[in-house]
Write a protein that binds this ligand. Structure first.
Ligand code: UGA
Length: 444
């Protein structure tokens, strides 16, 4: 059993902490937000993530404790995982002030040798800067540095942590960091056979950004193909299926729609692109990825206008506020852009999201948040779908039609087969598929 300290109990930090406790390590979570600490000490998750609540209930107060004083937390610890926020700056770079702060905190508070493990998503060369800080403080190589990028997805984060498809560890030459990390991950590696890549610090950091940017590129690629399909009378769902069966391409992240959101892809694509520009490397491909993604919001609004003509005085029902299903996270969610745009054009909006309740009303001024999807569509002129929650697919479309003033759906996530919606007599506009007008499928 090792002792791990996790600095920063946000999404990545808390799930990392709970995951290490679940595989038998002693874990202390450190956070500087007293309110969050209070919630965590009571064993409650401060955000929605499937499976997290069970882990906290099982381990809080036992293998997993929470502390505001890093000095106490770091007593006898083998590793300190830095899981602080790296928010985007207005120039596209990531702000690393919290990473530096956390490094200094560990260097000041740790009495013995320890490994600082960088888990926050950071641009390449950050670990070098962390090492510079340690050298300046006279703590290197007594304190070593490792990079261990996180690949967990919100909504499946617990499973991604306990059953990862790979573990990447970047190390400086020599030292005992490798042994510490090997021992920490041994229970997972022994149980799942998950491959571990040991490499240098810069390579580990680039791997993380390269993964997220590639996935974002896949989404923008299929969205550009979808736009073309609409013009040429093809069906992007079938195109994506045909593409995905090629093992060199793979079926995932080829779902066309309103585009990616969330706290990671937008900031990581911009961060990687800016780093490439700073390094004098032409990686404008990522600029296009970003441009296509931003355009998807506009394309959706265009479809809403196409469907209802003027938004002035119209009642819009929105299904899905979170940036993706399985989470209540609204950061960079398309809903935050699309809803105010429709309101500016004079629409009134009622919304429903299975994970977002009225307490989020502050993020959506003027929007009535409904507990039930059918209440949201009552008297609506158009239903706009922004998140592909699986429960939407099995909703009784007859009941939806009965509740609406006009049977019109604009689907930003291609939730239903076109034929199904056509059978219910809707006008249905989605992405990369034929339009349905009053129940009739139309090809260009
Ligand atoms: C993403 C990565 O998938 C994780 O591997 C990574 O660890 C994480 O960022 C991170 O850096 O912390 P996450 O932001 O939770 O995870 O969300 P994803 O499941 O990747 O979805 C991102 C966005 O892409 C969502 O808005 C989703 O709706 C959209 N998306 C996804 C599509 O529009 N089409 C697709 O085919 C797939």
């Amino acid at each position: 059993m090792s002792k791990v300290v996790v600095i920063g109990c946000g999404h990545v930090g808390l799930i990392t902490a709970a995951g290490f406790a679940e595989i038998g390590h002693e874990v202390v979570g450190v956070d500087n937000d007293p309110q969050r600490l209070e919630v965590l000490r009571a064993g409650a998750p401060p955000f929605y993530e499937p499976g997290l609540s069970e882990l906290l209930t099982r381990h809080h107060g036992g293998l997993l404790t929470f502390e505001d004083d890093p000095r106490v937390a770091l007593q006898g610890a083998d590793a300190a995982f830095i899981c602080v926020n790296t928010p985007p700056r207005s120039d596209g770079r990531l702000s690393l002030a919290f990473v530096e702060q956390a490094t200094r905190t560990v260097a000041e508070a740790a009495s013995g040798p320890i490994v600082i493990v960088e888990k926050s998503t950071v641009p390449a060369n950050t670990a070098r800067r962390v090492m510079d800080v340690l050298k300046e403080m006279g703590r290197y190589p007594d304190i070593e540095v490792a990079s261990n990028p996180e690949f967990l997805r919100e909504g499946t984060a617990v499973q991604d942590t306990l059953e990862p498809d790979r573990i990447v560890v970047g190390l400086a030459n020599g030292g005992r960091a490798r042994k510490v990390l090997e021992e920490l991950y041994a229970p997972i590696v022994d149980r799942t056979g998950c491959p571990v890549i040991f490499t240098d610090l810069d390579t580990a950091e680039v791997t993380k950004h390269a993964c997220n940017s590639f996935l974002a590129m896949k989404i923008s690629y299929i969205n550009a193909v979808a736009a073309l399909c609409e013009r040429l009378g093809a069906d992007v769902e079938v195109v994506a299926r045909g593409m995905g069966m090629d093992p060199r391409i793979g079926p995932q992240f080829l779902k066309a729609g309103i585009g990616y959101g969330g706290f990671c892809f937008p900031k990581d694509v911009s961060g990687f692109l800016t780093q490439a520009r700073d390094a004098g490397v032409d990686f404008e491909l990522l600029g296009e990825v970003r441009k296509i993604n931003a355009g998807q919001r506009e394309r959706l609004l265009g479809k809403v206008r196409q469907a209802v003509w003027n938004l002035e005085g119209k009642r819009v029902a929105v299904w899905g506020l979170a940036f993706k299903p399985g989470t209540d996270d609204l950061r960079e969610a398309p809903s935050l852009e699309v809803i105010p745009a429709m309101q500016r054009e004079g629409a009134s909006v009622r919304a429903h999201d299975p994970a977002v309740d009225a307490s989020a009303a502050g993020a959506f001024p003027g929007v009535e948040i409904c507990e039930d999807p059918l209440t949201a569509v009552e008297g609506a002129d158009v239903l706009v779908v922004l998140t592909d929650w699986p429960e939407f697919e099995s909703v009784d479309l007859g009941a939806v039609r009965g509740a609406m003033r006009r049977p019109v759906i604009v689907d930003g996530r291609n939730v239903w087969p076109v034929e199904t919606v056509a059978d219910h007599g809707f006008t249905y506009l989605s992405f990369g598929r034929p339009d349905v007008v009053a129940g009739e499928i139309r090809r260009p």
